[in-house]
Write a protein that binds this ligand. Structure first.
Ligand code: PDD
Length: 286
C-alpha cells in the first residue's frame, strides 16, 4: 500500500509529495516537529503534543499555521487513510520556503511548510525490546542551549545513536557538567528503592509529553518522584533505569557504559509504569 502523506493542504501519495529546495527546514534546520503515537488506531496525548508544538513555534516566532482542531483532523485522516493500528504520526512545521537562501528570516507573509506522515509499527505496545531492556552508553551533550524547543536539528542525536551502535549498545545518554541531561530521543530516569529520579525541567532538556504522563501515574501509584540531576555513576548503582518517549513509551535500561544496572533485567518499577502508561493511554486515546 502506498503511504498517503500530508503536505501544505494536500493529501498525496508519498512519492508525489514535495517541498522546495529553499525550504528553511532543509537549508537551516529552521523548523519544529512532534511525534504522536497511535494505539488501537487512536492518538495518544494529542493535546499535550499540540500544546508543546504551539510553544516551540512561538519560541521561534514561526507562525502557527492552523488551529489544533484542524491539526487533529489531519492526524485522524492520515491514520484512517493509511490504516494505522499501532505506530506514530510525524509532524513538521518549518518557517517556509522564501525564494532564496538568507540568514535573515523571510517576510512574515511567507507560509510555513506543514508536513505530516505516518509510520506503521505493529507490535509497538508489545515490544520485545521492553521485555529484555536496552543498553546505553554515555556521550557528552554538545547540543545547543534550547533543547526545550523541539527543533529538527537532530544531527548530534543521530550521531549519538550511531556511536551507541558502534559500541554494541542501543542508545546514548548525554552528559553535561557531570550530569545526565537526557537520551538522544528520550528522557532518562533511575529508580532507587521506591523513588523515581529524573532531571528537572529547564532549557537543558525536552519537556517530554510521555514524561509528564508517567510522572503523574507514578505519583498516583504512591511512588516518590524526585526531579533532579543524576550522574552516570549514580545511575550504574541504581536499582533500575529506564527511558520514556512517544515512540518507546517506558523502556527499561539494563546496562550503562558496560555496567549492569540492578539485576541486568527490566525491573518491577519500569515494568509496572510501562503497563500503567499503555493501559491509561489507551483509555484516554482520541
Ligand atoms: N523524541 N528528549 C528528546 C531529546 C526527544 O527527542 C524526545 C522525543 C523526548 C521524549 O519526548 P516525548 O515523550 O514527548 O516523546 C525527550 C521523539 C519521539 C523523536 O524524536 O522521534
Amino acid at each position: 500500500m502506498t503511504r498517503t502523506v500530508y503536505v501544505n493542504g494536500e493529501y498525496l501519495p508519498e512519492h508525489e509529495a514535495k517541498v522546495s529546495i529553499f525550504d528553511r527546514g532543509f537549508l537551516m534546520a529552521d523548523g519544529v516537529y512532534e511525534v504522536t503515537s497511535v494505539l488501537g488506531g487512536k492518538l495518544i496525548d494529542f493535546e499535550g503534543h499540540a500544546k508543546r508544538l504551539a510553544r516551540s513555534l512561538s519560541e521561534l516566532e514561526i507562525r502557527k499555521p492552523m488551529e489544533d482542531e484542524a491539526l487533529l483532523e489531519i492526524h485522524r485522516e492520515l491514520v484512517a487513510r493509511n490504516d494505522i493500528d499501532e505506530g506514530m504520526i510525524y509532524l513538521q512545521i518549518t518557517r517556509g520556503a522564501p525564494n532564496d537562501r538568507d540568514f535573515v528570516f523571510p517576510p512574515e507573509e511567507t507560509a510555513p511548510t506543514v508536513v505530516l506522515f505516518t509510520q506503521s509499527k505493529p507490535g509497538l505496545a508489545d515490544s520485545p525490546a521492553a521485555k529484555e531492556g536496552i543498553k546505553v552508553i554515555s556521550i557528552p551533550d554538545i547540543r545547543w542551549g534550547r533543547r526545550d524547543i523541539k527543533t529538527v536539528q537532530l544531527l548530534y542525536p543521530s550521531m549519538g545513536k550511531m556511536m551507541a551502535r558502534a559500541a554494541g549498545a542501543d542508545d546514548a545518554w548525554m552528559v553535561e557538567e557531570g550530569a545526565v541531561t537526557e537520551g538522544t530521543s528520550n528522557n532518562a530516569y533511575i529508580v532507587k528503592g521506591n523513588t523515581i529520579i529524573t532531571r528537572q525541567l529547564s532549557h537543558e532538556i525536552l519537556h517530554g509529553i510521555t514524561r509528564a504522563a508517567v510522572l503523574r501515574f507514578a505519583r498516583e501509584a504512591q511512588m516518590q518522584v524526585e526531579e533532579r540531576a543524576f550522574t552516570i555513576e549514580e545511575a550504574q548503582q541504581a536499582d533500575e533505569a529506564f527511558i520514556t518517549s512517544a515512540s518507546t513509551f517506558v523502556m527499561p535500561v539494563v546496562e550503562i557504559d558496560g555496567a549492569q544496572v540492578g539485576q541486568g533485567a527490566p525491573g518491577p518499577v519500569a515494568n509496572r509504569l510501562r503497563e500503567i502508561y499503555i493501559e491509561e493511554s489507551r483509555k484516554a486515546a482520541i
